[in-house]
Design a protein around this ligand. Structure first.
Ligand code: GUN
Length: 279
């Protein structure tokens, strides 16, 4: 058996077309401000992608590419200005920020109604209690992919590997909201293989190339690879040994072309939602 490959790239294009059509119906153009501090090459690639997505969706976008020595005060001042601008619906601070900055304090300074990443404690709390509003882009992209492929998490065993605030924890919450039975595994988990073998849906978000091998997969399972690693040859890869796992899994996401494009599409949805809220 060979798994169905879940095409995140194609689905993301469809989502962005829908976002564009909906944005055209608004009285005002949605606006996104992206802040990048320092010269992390991966972050530069991500920010370029986000700007391209904005153009594709008919959004206004602004980029603040700031030097690595930018101070906390300067950033707080910029965020405050963007918070009060009526043409800016969403503010995204690209992570990671340089070590001298207080990342949490910066994220908490973004007004919750402009927090299109869904990192502010208010939005995290709303997510926790199941209220409507922003959802973090990567976990939301995973849920959208499952829906598109007709996979209902209800009653299924879902194992999430990774407990980050950006992916692992919110992914588990969204799976729970869809009535899955959820286990979160992490670096201190004992018997990771046995946990994974029980999973009907496995979400790998550990950031460790080759972590998930073919012998860890329940036949027919849905395997979602969220990670973006570089292997020994410098090639982009996820946490999952794709070639081996696709022999056993029922569905699998590729890296690249799986969850990554969906994350970007969900950012566009969140920006549209912010623009709607701002009227
Ligand atoms: N860096 C890596 N992933 C993300 C993300 O989802 N949002 C932001 N702001 N920075 C990131």
């Amino acid at each position: 058996m060979s798994a169905i490959i879940m095409d995140g790239k194609a689905l993301a294009e469809k989502v962005k077309d829908q976002v564009r059509a909906q944005a055209e119906g608004l009285a005002r153009t949605p606006g996104l401000a992206v802040i990048l501090v320092g010269d992390n090459p991966a972050s530069r690639v991500y920010v370029n992608g986000k700007k391209k997505d904005c153009a594709q969706c008919g959004f206004y976008s602004e980029e603040y590419a700031l030097p690595v020595e930018t101070t906390q005060q300067e950033l707080l001042g910029l965020i405050e200005t963007l918070n009060s601008r009526e043409d800016i619906d969403g503010i995204l601070l690209q992570l990671p920020v340089p070590a001298h900055l207080d990342e949490q304090a910066l994220l908490h300074a973004i007004r919750p109604d402009k927090d299109v990443d869904c990192f502010h404690p208010y939005n995290v709390g709303q997510l926790m209690i199941g209220e409507k509003g922003f959802q973090p882009c990567t976990p939301a992209g995973v849920m959208r992919m499952l829906r598109e492929y007709g996979i209902d998490p209800a009653g299924k065993r879902c194992v999430v590997i990774g407990r980050s605030n950006i992916v692992g924890k919110p992914q588990a919450l969204l799976m729970l909201r869809e009535n899955a039975t959820v286990t979160i595994c992490h670096s201190r988990t004992q018997g990771l293989k046995e946990e994974c073998l029980r999973a009907d849906i496995l979400v790998a978000a550990a950031g460790k190339a080759g972590l998930v091998t073919g012998d860890m997969i329940k036949p027919g399972a849905v395997v979602i690879d969220v990670a973006m690693n570089r292997n020994a040859e410098g090639k982009l890869c996820g946490d999952v040994d794709f070639a081996a796992v696709q022999e056993t899994a029922g569905y699998i996401t590729p890296v690249p072309g799986g969850v990554g494009p969906m994350t970007r599409a969900m950012l566009m949805e969140n920006t549209l939602l912010a623009a709607r809220m701002h009227g």
